[in-house]
Write a protein that binds this ligand. Structure first.
Ligand code: FAD
Length: 516
């Protein structure tokens, strides 16, 4: 007997986003989370990147903003391999949006949304093993009332870096662990330490400590400001032992690390957060093994901060509608495998830029200094700075698509075009609230609307005008990526068959059951 169509292991950002997106697609998953309560200590203090746009497309940004209590704003800067990228002077469009929402509050919000959309969430239930056959997956669970088993059609491991699901499914996780430890604290400083207007600190007996990163013989000292006089301080030291991100860190351990890195004492006031983490560069060799899939940190680890939530939640958005199609019994052949193809590709891009950061950050000799200096010099120009911003945000991802659909936009995240129609003005973002696929006719193309009508049970058809038409028509998937585009003025003789092929490929058979 099937207990749930989909079981999600882990109620972190990836698992809860997946639960909500599956709910939008009409599937009611069950989430099993080993922690009895929401975690209190944030891992991430916030997140950024393309997922912010996606949340806006889902109409969720106001909820995120309310939960944060602070406005979502363009990131004025971003750390990149120990150098600071300054975006503050760039006009629209903004390269990266930053959301100052600590992870526990993000998880609360995503959990509430998943619950509203019909997902079940069981906290205090740990999955200790998984096995699968041709038709089902069985999860061995340890719950508050003892061990039990659950059977599902598909199981997704969103259970973090040390994923039990990934390991028991035999999915290898190759890569490296860097021999360094980062220690992070949110602190205030006593009156004896002066906070200067530019963010620097003046410390008695030590002198000035710059905002940003300070390299010393023993490591790197990072200094940033949060709201209300709170500082974010981080030390980075080379240490051979692997850091345990989940093990608690004491204040003494943190102060000892500061003393080693700076060579002197830094007086601290109130300490509201202490955590330790290491860096790994790893990626699951397969994101799918039969009926078991992995997403989020279970699928990838990046050796830089500020990346994980964006990539993990975008995994979930990509997977949800495909999994729902399989569960709903209408998925075209190979659809679920495109989850691996597309998101492993996206993860590899994130690994590319984060490993480049390691090379920039960890180099200690004069050659490395020269590289950092040259790198900053190149980024004085707007174009490379924007390009790097898009790379960090994951906004430049263009999923590899079948050969016949190579129009410039295909595979990319759909831009938020303003849409004018008889009903008034809206935007692409508004069309994506319900996560339904859309054929968007921007040029009065009756031929294309006619073709799409056979798939009206799966997709919505909209006609509108826009200010600067990038294409005659766009086929937009539920994850807000463009599956197909008609170039401007493309004749019906080529556009309509290509649309038909794309509709078959992504949304299966037409309503009347016709063939391709
Ligand atoms: C100190 C620190 C700072 C960070 N800062 C940032 C940042 O600023 N921005 C950013 O984007 N990212 C940041 N990250 C990374 C970010 O926290 C992760 O990328 C993110 O949490 C990954 O989400 P996830 O849902 O994939 O996994 P997780 O958040 O790890 O969630 C996995 C969940 O699965 C549960 N679980 C595990 N095993 C089982 C099991 N067997 N059965 C049931 N449940 C299980 C866990 O309890 C957990 O709740 C930071 C990480 C650390 C450690």
């Amino acid at each position: 007997m099937i207990d749930a169509d989909v079981i999600i292991v882990g109620a972190g950002p990836a698992g809860l986003m997946l639960a909500g997106e599956l709910g939008l697609a009409g599937v009611r998953p069950l989430v099993l989370e080993r922690q009895p309560q929401l975690r209190k200590t944030p891992k991430a203090n916030g997140f950024n990147g393309q997922i912010v746009e996606l949340l806006r497309y889902r109409g969720l940004l106001h909820r995120v903003e309310t939960a944060s209590g602070r406005p979502i704003r363009p990131a004025p800067a971003a750390p990149f391999g120990g150098v600071n990228l300054d975006f503050s002077h760039l006009a629209d469009p903004v390269p990266i949006w930053a959301v100052p929402l600590p992870q526990p509050r993000l998880e609360r919000l995503l959990g509430e949304r998943a619950d509203e959309l019909g997902a079940g969430i069981r906290r205090g239930h740990e999955v200790v093993g998984v096995s699968q056959d041709d038709a089902t997956v069985t999860a061995d669970v340890r719950g508050p009332a003892g061990p039990y088993q659950m059977t599902t059609r598909y199981l997704v491991g969103c259970d973090g870096a040390h994923s039990r699901v990934r390991d028991t499914a035999g999915i290898s996780f190759p890569g490296i662990t860097y021999p360094e430890v980062n220690r992070l604290a949110q602190v205030t400083v006593p009156d004896s330490v002066t906070r200067l207007d530019n963010g620097d600190l003046d410390v008695p007996g030590l002198g000035r400590i710059r905002a940003g990163f300070t390299r010393t013989d023993r490591g790197v000292f990072g200094l940033g400001s949060l709201a209300a006089g709170v500082l974010l301080i981080q030390t980075t030291e080379d240490e051979p032992a692997e850091a345990d991100d989940d093990a608690p860190m004491t204040l003494t351990e943190f102060q000892d690390s500061i003393r080693r890195v700076l060579g002197a004492e830094l007086p601290l006031g109130e300490v509201t957060r202490l955590s330790r983490y290491g860096f790994q560069a790893r990626q699951a060799e397969r994101y799918r093994d039969g009926r078991i899939l992995v997403a989020g940190d279970a699928a990838h680890q990046f050796p830089a901060t500020g990346i994980g939530i964006n990539v993990g939640m975008m995994d979930a958005v990509n997977l949800a509608w495909k999994l729902a199609a399989v569960v709903g019994g209408w998925a075209p052949s190979g659809l679920l495998d495109t989850y691996h193809d597309e998101r492993q590709f996206a993860g590899a891009r994130a690994l590319l830029q984060t490993q480049a950061q390691v090379a920039l950050r960890r180099g200690e000799d004069l050659a490395a200094e020269a590289l950092r200096e040259l790198f900053l010099e190149l980024l004085a120009d707007e174009q490379p700075l924007r390009r790097l911003g898009a790379l960090i945000a994951g906004a430049d991802i263009r999923y590899p698509m079948p050969s016949r659909s190579q129009a410039a936009l295909v595979g990319a995240f759909v831009p938020d075009l303003p849409l004018h129609s008889d009903q008034g003005t809206s935007s692409v973002a508004e069309l994506m609230h319900t996560a339904r696929p859309v054929l968007l006719d921007l040029a009065g193309r009756a031929d294309l609307r006619q073709t799409a009508r056979d798939w009206q049970h799966r997709i919505e058809i909209h006609t509108a005008e826009t200010d600067h038409r990038p294409a005659d028509a766009l086929l937009i998937r539920p994850d807000a990526h463009i599956a197909w585009a008609a170039t401007r003025g493309e004749p019906a003789g080529t556009a309509a068959p290509a649309l038909r092929e794309a509709l078959f490929r992504w949304f299966g058979a037409p309503e009347n059951g016709g063939r391709m």
